[in-house]
Design a binder for this molecule. Sequence first.
Ligand code: BG6
Ligand code: MG
Length: 216
Amino acid sequence: MKKGFIFDLDGVITDTAKFHYLAWEKTAAELGIEIDLVFNEQLKGISRMDSLERILVHGGKATEYTLTEKEKLATEKNQMYVELLQDLSAEDLLPGVASFLKKAQAKNIPCAIASASKNAPFILEKLGVSGYFKGIVDPESLTKGKPDPEIFIKAAEILGIQPQEAVGFEDAQAGIIGIKDAGMYAVGIVTTEALPGVDETVSRLDELNIDELLTK
Ligand code: BG6
Ligand code: MG
Protein backbone atom coordinates (compact mmCIF):
# COMPACT_ATOMS: atom_id res chain seq x y z
CA MET A 1 0.00 0.00 0.00
CA LYS A 2 1.14 3.50 -0.79
CA LYS A 3 0.85 6.14 1.91
CA GLY A 4 2.17 9.39 0.44
CA PHE A 5 2.70 11.37 -2.75
CA ILE A 6 5.90 13.15 -3.84
CA PHE A 7 5.71 15.69 -6.62
CA ASP A 8 8.22 17.37 -8.84
CA LEU A 9 7.17 21.00 -9.40
CA ASP A 10 8.17 22.27 -12.85
CA GLY A 11 6.19 20.34 -15.46
CA VAL A 12 4.04 18.49 -12.92
CA ILE A 13 2.31 21.18 -10.84
CA THR A 14 2.90 24.10 -13.24
CA ASP A 15 4.63 24.72 -16.54
CA THR A 16 7.58 26.94 -15.74
CA ALA A 17 9.91 25.27 -18.28
CA LYS A 18 9.03 27.99 -20.82
CA PHE A 19 10.20 30.70 -18.39
CA HIS A 20 13.41 28.83 -17.52
CA TYR A 21 14.00 28.55 -21.27
CA LEU A 22 13.43 32.26 -21.97
CA ALA A 23 15.84 33.26 -19.20
CA TRP A 24 18.52 30.74 -20.21
CA GLU A 25 18.17 31.66 -23.88
CA LYS A 26 19.01 35.30 -23.05
CA THR A 27 21.87 34.39 -20.72
CA ALA A 28 23.32 32.00 -23.31
CA ALA A 29 22.94 34.56 -26.13
CA GLU A 30 24.97 37.07 -24.09
CA LEU A 31 27.77 34.49 -24.07
CA GLY A 32 27.41 33.88 -27.82
CA ILE A 33 25.77 30.49 -27.28
CA GLU A 34 22.58 29.46 -29.03
CA ILE A 35 20.16 27.03 -27.40
CA ASP A 36 16.90 25.64 -28.74
CA LEU A 37 13.87 23.83 -27.33
CA VAL A 38 15.34 20.41 -28.11
CA PHE A 39 18.45 21.22 -26.05
CA ASN A 40 16.21 22.69 -23.33
CA GLU A 41 14.80 19.19 -22.64
CA GLN A 42 18.21 18.32 -21.16
CA LEU A 43 17.84 21.07 -18.54
CA LYS A 44 14.60 19.74 -17.05
CA GLY A 45 15.06 18.63 -13.45
CA ILE A 46 18.69 19.80 -13.46
CA SER A 47 19.88 22.38 -10.89
CA ARG A 48 20.61 25.99 -11.84
CA MET A 49 24.41 25.64 -11.79
CA ASP A 50 24.35 22.25 -13.54
CA SER A 51 22.10 23.78 -16.22
CA LEU A 52 24.65 26.57 -16.77
CA GLU A 53 27.45 24.00 -17.00
CA ARG A 54 25.51 22.06 -19.65
CA ILE A 55 24.91 25.27 -21.64
CA LEU A 56 28.62 26.14 -21.52
CA VAL A 57 29.58 22.63 -22.68
CA HIS A 58 26.95 22.88 -25.45
CA GLY A 59 28.55 26.17 -26.59
CA GLY A 60 32.10 24.80 -26.37
CA LYS A 61 32.94 27.24 -23.55
CA ALA A 62 33.14 24.88 -20.60
CA THR A 63 36.50 26.20 -19.40
CA GLU A 64 36.15 29.92 -20.19
CA TYR A 65 34.57 31.16 -16.96
CA THR A 66 35.64 31.25 -13.32
CA LEU A 67 33.33 30.02 -10.57
CA THR A 68 32.61 33.64 -9.55
CA GLU A 69 31.65 34.51 -13.13
CA LYS A 70 29.43 31.44 -13.37
CA GLU A 71 27.71 32.30 -10.09
CA LYS A 72 27.06 35.81 -11.42
CA LEU A 73 25.58 34.41 -14.65
CA ALA A 74 23.34 32.01 -12.70
CA THR A 75 22.15 34.86 -10.46
CA GLU A 76 21.35 37.03 -13.48
CA LYS A 77 19.42 34.17 -15.09
CA ASN A 78 17.45 33.71 -11.88
CA GLN A 79 16.60 37.41 -11.69
CA MET A 80 15.15 37.22 -15.22
CA TYR A 81 13.31 34.00 -14.34
CA VAL A 82 11.77 35.42 -11.14
CA GLU A 83 10.72 38.51 -13.07
CA LEU A 84 8.83 36.26 -15.52
CA LEU A 85 7.04 34.56 -12.59
CA GLN A 86 5.52 37.72 -11.14
CA ASP A 87 2.08 37.19 -12.72
CA LEU A 88 1.87 33.50 -11.82
CA SER A 89 -1.47 32.58 -10.20
CA ALA A 90 -3.80 29.60 -9.59
CA GLU A 91 -4.70 29.81 -13.28
CA ASP A 92 -1.19 28.53 -14.04
CA LEU A 93 -1.71 25.20 -12.28
CA LEU A 94 -1.54 22.45 -14.88
CA PRO A 95 -4.94 20.93 -15.76
CA GLY A 96 -6.14 18.40 -13.19
CA VAL A 97 -3.66 19.41 -10.47
CA ALA A 98 -6.07 21.31 -8.22
CA SER A 99 -8.68 18.53 -8.16
CA PHE A 100 -6.02 15.85 -7.60
CA LEU A 101 -4.48 17.71 -4.64
CA LYS A 102 -7.93 18.31 -3.13
CA LYS A 103 -8.81 14.62 -3.39
CA ALA A 104 -5.49 13.58 -1.85
CA GLN A 105 -6.07 16.00 1.03
CA ALA A 106 -9.63 14.71 1.56
CA LYS A 107 -8.18 11.19 1.81
CA ASN A 108 -5.48 12.35 4.27
CA ILE A 109 -2.63 11.35 1.97
CA PRO A 110 0.40 13.48 2.85
CA CYS A 111 2.13 15.24 -0.06
CA ALA A 112 5.63 16.70 -0.46
CA ILE A 113 7.57 18.56 -3.13
CA ALA A 114 10.87 17.19 -4.47
CA SER A 115 12.03 19.90 -6.88
CA ALA A 116 15.52 21.03 -7.83
CA SER A 117 14.17 24.59 -7.82
CA LYS A 118 15.20 26.98 -5.07
CA ASN A 119 12.17 29.02 -6.14
CA ALA A 120 9.70 26.25 -5.21
CA PRO A 121 8.28 27.88 -2.01
CA PHE A 122 7.72 31.17 -3.87
CA ILE A 123 6.08 29.42 -6.85
CA LEU A 124 3.76 27.33 -4.65
CA GLU A 125 2.68 30.51 -2.82
CA LYS A 126 1.95 32.25 -6.13
CA LEU A 127 -0.09 29.24 -7.29
CA GLY A 128 -2.00 29.23 -3.99
CA VAL A 129 -1.26 25.56 -3.24
CA SER A 130 1.37 25.70 -0.45
CA GLY A 131 -1.20 24.43 2.07
CA TYR A 132 -1.50 21.07 0.32
CA PHE A 133 2.10 20.12 1.06
CA LYS A 134 3.50 18.83 4.33
CA GLY A 135 6.95 19.91 3.22
CA ILE A 136 9.35 20.93 0.47
CA VAL A 137 12.81 19.40 0.24
CA ASP A 138 15.41 22.18 0.38
CA PRO A 139 17.66 21.67 -2.67
CA GLU A 140 20.49 23.34 -0.70
CA SER A 141 20.43 20.36 1.67
CA LEU A 142 21.27 17.87 -1.09
CA THR A 143 24.69 16.42 -1.76
CA LYS A 144 23.60 15.32 -5.26
CA GLY A 145 20.84 16.49 -7.58
CA LYS A 146 18.52 14.41 -9.77
CA PRO A 147 19.00 11.75 -11.18
CA ASP A 148 20.33 10.81 -7.71
CA PRO A 149 17.48 9.46 -5.53
CA GLU A 150 18.50 11.61 -2.50
CA ILE A 151 15.82 14.29 -3.01
CA PHE A 152 13.04 11.67 -3.16
CA ILE A 153 14.35 9.81 -0.10
CA LYS A 154 14.38 13.11 1.84
CA ALA A 155 10.82 13.81 0.71
CA ALA A 156 9.70 10.41 2.05
CA GLU A 157 11.40 11.28 5.37
CA ILE A 158 9.40 14.54 5.51
CA LEU A 159 6.23 12.50 5.02
CA GLY A 160 7.31 10.00 7.69
CA ILE A 161 7.00 7.03 5.31
CA GLN A 162 9.32 4.49 3.70
CA PRO A 163 10.37 5.22 0.10
CA GLN A 164 8.56 2.05 -1.03
CA GLU A 165 5.36 3.54 0.39
CA ALA A 166 5.57 6.61 -1.85
CA VAL A 167 4.33 7.43 -5.33
CA GLY A 168 6.55 9.90 -7.22
CA PHE A 169 5.27 12.17 -9.99
CA GLU A 170 7.73 13.47 -12.57
CA ASP A 171 7.91 14.92 -16.08
CA ALA A 172 11.69 14.60 -16.61
CA GLN A 173 13.91 11.60 -17.25
CA ALA A 174 16.36 12.61 -14.50
CA GLY A 175 13.49 12.59 -11.99
CA ILE A 176 12.10 9.23 -13.11
CA ILE A 177 15.54 7.65 -12.61
CA GLY A 178 15.69 9.18 -9.11
CA ILE A 179 12.21 7.96 -8.17
CA LYS A 180 12.93 4.41 -9.34
CA ASP A 181 16.36 4.31 -7.67
CA ALA A 182 14.65 5.43 -4.43
CA GLY A 183 12.39 2.35 -4.72
CA MET A 184 9.18 4.28 -5.36
CA TYR A 185 6.32 3.86 -7.84
CA ALA A 186 6.83 6.32 -10.70
CA VAL A 187 4.06 8.16 -12.48
CA GLY A 188 5.28 10.00 -15.58
CA ILE A 189 3.49 13.16 -16.71
CA VAL A 190 3.99 13.04 -20.43
CA THR A 191 3.15 15.72 -22.97
CA THR A 192 5.23 14.80 -26.00
CA GLU A 193 8.25 12.53 -25.43
CA ALA A 194 7.79 9.14 -23.74
CA LEU A 195 9.59 8.63 -20.41
CA PRO A 196 11.47 5.30 -20.28
CA GLY A 197 11.34 3.52 -16.93
CA VAL A 198 8.00 4.83 -15.63
CA ASP A 199 5.47 2.48 -14.02
CA GLU A 200 2.55 4.43 -15.45
CA THR A 201 2.03 7.39 -17.75
CA VAL A 202 -0.68 10.05 -17.76
CA SER A 203 -1.01 13.38 -19.52
CA ARG A 204 -2.75 15.02 -16.54
CA LEU A 205 -3.03 14.10 -12.85
CA ASP A 206 -6.82 13.83 -12.77
CA GLU A 207 -6.64 10.83 -15.11
CA LEU A 208 -5.50 8.87 -12.05
CA ASN A 209 -7.80 7.03 -9.68
CA ILE A 210 -6.28 7.68 -6.24
CA ASP A 211 -7.71 4.57 -4.57
CA GLU A 212 -6.25 2.38 -7.31
CA LEU A 213 -2.90 4.19 -7.12
CA LEU A 214 -2.66 3.47 -3.40
CA THR A 215 -2.78 -0.27 -4.08
CA LYS A 216 0.36 -0.18 -6.32
C1 BG6 B 1 13.86 22.31 -11.94
C2 BG6 B 1 13.76 22.67 -13.41
O1 BG6 B 1 12.59 22.10 -11.42
O2 BG6 B 1 14.50 23.37 -11.22
C3 BG6 B 1 15.13 23.01 -13.95
O3 BG6 B 1 13.20 21.57 -14.13
C4 BG6 B 1 15.77 24.12 -13.11
O4 BG6 B 1 15.02 23.41 -15.30
C5 BG6 B 1 15.81 23.68 -11.66
O5 BG6 B 1 17.07 24.42 -13.56
C6 BG6 B 1 16.40 24.74 -10.74
O6 BG6 B 1 15.53 25.82 -10.63
P1 BG6 B 1 15.85 27.20 -9.93
O7 BG6 B 1 14.48 27.84 -9.81
O8 BG6 B 1 16.44 26.93 -8.60
O9 BG6 B 1 16.79 27.94 -10.82
MG1 MG C 1 9.99 18.76 -13.86
